[in-house]
Each structure stands twice: as C-alpha cells, then as structure tokens.
Write a protein that binds this ligand. Structure first.
Ligand code: MG
Length: 158
C-alpha cells in the first residue's frame, strides 16, 4: 500500500465556468486556469502521482502545452488513474477537502462523489468529499480563490 497527498489552489474570476470534481456548478465566478481549473481533480491527480511515485501534474500535463488548454480535468484524472494502473496500482479510497467561502458544497456533494468514483474506478463509498469554509480569513476567505486537499490510498493490483 502507498499513500499520496495533493494540494491545489486557483483564483476565482467572473465569467469562468466553475467545475469541481468534474461537475459544473452554477456560479457567477469560476476558477481561472489553463485547463478548466478543477481544483478537486488537480489535487487528486497530484495525490495519485505522489502515491505511485510518478511525478506531478505539472510534469504530466504542463500548462505550457496547448493540448491541455481548456482541458477537462476529469479526463486528466482518468488518464492519471490509467497510468497508475499501468504501473501496477489500483485506487483503494480517496478523501478530499475543498476550502471555499462559497458556494456551499453540500447540494453538489453526491454528484461530485459519483463523478469522481467513475473517474477513479471505485465505489462511491470509497470517495469522500468535504467542504470547509475559511471562516472569512485571508484571500480564500474573501472569495478570491478556492483550494483543495486530497489524500489517496493505492494498493498493488493483484
Ligand atoms: Mg491546478
């Protein structure tokens, strides 16, 4: 077994789509980035790559590469899982915390869990997604961006 930790943060800006865990969420503000800037998927990708010893998201999917412009990060997560599988690993479970002042995550949690479970190839019970507000502290608390943390456990496939 191996464990991996991932973190990501993106600015919020007007006129961008807000995509979290592959689910589009109605919002005037969206995350800014080269891809769809899905912080949950990005944190999970780094956690998986860290666990498998396969590098990091910037190495695999560089934001200088036009191929990943406006990329759907859920697709990048699927590709990451494929690479882990090729290296002999399968996902056991994941746990994600989204740090955002708004919107509330609860109404979207089940859809995000289902979306991530599909990408990771695990049951929904193996996918935990938690929302946490920064209590109005700092840049995240002013709603200038969102951050996500992820931890994953992978096991050697039989
Ligand atoms: Mg990112």
């Amino acid at each position: 077994m191996r464990v991996g930790l991932g973190f990501d943060v993106h600015h919020l800006e007007i006129g961008r789509r807000l995509v979290l865990g592959g689910v589009e969420i109605p919002s005037d503000l969206g995350l800014r980035g080269h891809s769809d800037a899905d912080v949950i998927c990005h944190a999970l990708i780094d956690a998986l790559l860290g666990a498998a010893g396969l590098g990091d998201i910037g190495t695999l999917f560089p934001d200088t590469d036009a191929a990943f412009k406006d990329a759907r990060s859920l697709d990048l997560l699927v590709e990451t899982v494929r690479r882990c599988r090729d290296a002999g690993w399968r996902v056991e479970n994941v746990d994600v915390t989204l740090l955002a002042q708004a919107p509330r995550l609860a109404p979207y949690r089940d859809r995000i869990r289902a979306s991530l479970a599909g990408a990771l190839g695990v049951e929904e019970v193996a996918v935990s997604v938690k929302g946490k507000t920064p209590d109005h502290l700092g840049a995240l608390g002013r709603g200038e961006g969102m951050a996500a943390q992820a931890v994953v456990l992978i096991e050697q496939a039989a």
